[in-house]
Design a protein. Structure first.
Length: 383
């Protein structure tokens, strides 16, 4: 018998981690609420971030759930409301810390970015070892308003977190998919750590129950600053297993997507050993069967400016040469042969909401075979 099991229940409660985030305090067997200050507003009040802490009565990991860094991506707020409940606290081993919106001003404005500026907030999380040491870079000395909030969220995850899941919505018509981020290493010793972390992360992402996709290949991943996304920085800098799930129904609340995501989130808590109930089957969306790993790929792309209409649905299997959309001028007359075709075999994952395209614009994303490494050398070391 494990020593812990031999202890009396009241002694076991004393072993639970005490978590303090702003005004929120963990309490064994309870769901508690509070907030922390994000940033002072010029108009005399403070932008505060809400915190919910559900703590079980048995010891276990601390799992962070975050949502709504892009203010018009709403599903995660509802998922946190439905997952993080008094009932959860009663059955949980360990603690769930949830921040239902990490970008309150963007939620109020119902837009992607905060009111403080037009920079994508999900590229402003700490850069850690990827920060270029450039004394002449004046901007790096003055973190942007959202960057200051991002550093606080990151510090709480660093202090208490064992796992992390961040909720997003890709487009209105997208297949829910969970992302396996690339992980970068510095040397041989670090490579072993990164490989082990990547394997754990893949397992955790699979547990959610959406289609699992690798992120863009290493070079594009870094160019897009995905290592400064919330889950990307937690994973790559803090080396804590973390992932982003991209749900469908951007800008709206679709009850099916919420219901499936609630099951998926609880499935991940089961994977982490925090719930003992059986895994729930997700019936709310399709999970295409595929062999081998697939990755995100922005495709196909328009050759002309024009008006598009899709001929496929999210989740469809497509083969090279198949028309994905029709393309016309504004009068409805075909441009070229009238179609935009895929040049790759794969699965339709994302159809963009826009009807207009310019030359080179991607129409969405498809999942294609991933031949890039999940664990790659830190590209900054080569420069
Ligand atoms: Zn997003």
């Amino acid at each position: 018998m494990h020593l812990r099991d031999a202890l009396s229940p009241s002694y076991r409660v004393m072993l639970l981690k005490s978590i303090k985030i702003g005004t929120a305090r963990s309490s064994p067997g309870k769901l508690t609420y509070g907030y922390f200050d994000g940033i002072d507003l010029p108009t005399g009040t403070v932008d505060r971030l809400p915190v919910m802490i559900a703590q079980g009565t048995q010891d276990g990991p601390t799992f962070f759930l975050t949502a709504n860094v892009h203010g018009n991506e709403l599903t995660g707020v509802a998922v946190i409301h439905d997952v993080v409940t008094e009932d959860l606290a009663k059955e949980l081993k360990g603690t769930v810390v949830a921040i239902p919106t990490v970008n309150p001003s963007a939620l109020r404005l119902f837009q992607r970015t905060s009111e403080y500026g037009e920079v994508d907030p999900n590229r402003l999380f700490p850069e850690g070892k990827f920060a270029k040491k450039d004394e002449e870079d004046e901007d790096s000395k003055y973190p942007k308003p959202y960057e200051q909030i991002a550093a606080k969220i990151y510090a709480f995850i660093e202090k208490y977190g064992d796992f992390h899941l961040d909720f997003h919505n890709h487009s209105y018509r997208s297949l829910p998919y969970a992302i396996v981020d690339r992980i970068f290493y510095d040397d041989e010793e670090d490579r072993k750590v990164a490989t082990e972390l990547s394997m754990r992360q893949e397992e955790m992402v699979d547990a959610f129950g959406a289609v699992t996709m690798s992120d863009f290949p290493p070079k594009k991943y870094m160019n897009l600053k995905y290592h400064r996304s919330l889950s990307g920085s937690v994973l790559n800098n803090l080396r804590i297993p973390a992932f982003t799930v991209e749900l469908g129904g951007n800008s709206v609340i679709l009850p099916d997507i919420v219901a499936g995501s609630v099951k998926g989130t609880r499935n991940v808590l089961r994977w982490a050993g925090m719930l003992t109930t059986p895994k729930e089957k997700i019936t709310e969306w399709k999970v295409p069967k595929h062999s081998g790993r697939i990755r995100r790929f922005e495709h196909p792309r328009a050759k002309h400016s024009g008006i598009i209409r899709f001929l496929v649905n999210p989740g469809d299997k497509v083969t090279k040469g198949q028309p994905i959309a029709s393309i016309t001028d504004i009068y409805g007359r075909f441009l070229g042969d009238g179609y935009i075709r895929t040049e790759h075999d794969g699965y339709v994952t994302v159809l963009n909401s826009r009807m207009t395209v310019y030359p080179n614009d991607p129409l969405g994303e498809i999942g294609i075979a991933d031949d890039a490494d999940l664990v790659a050398p830190n590209p900054l070391l080569k420069e």
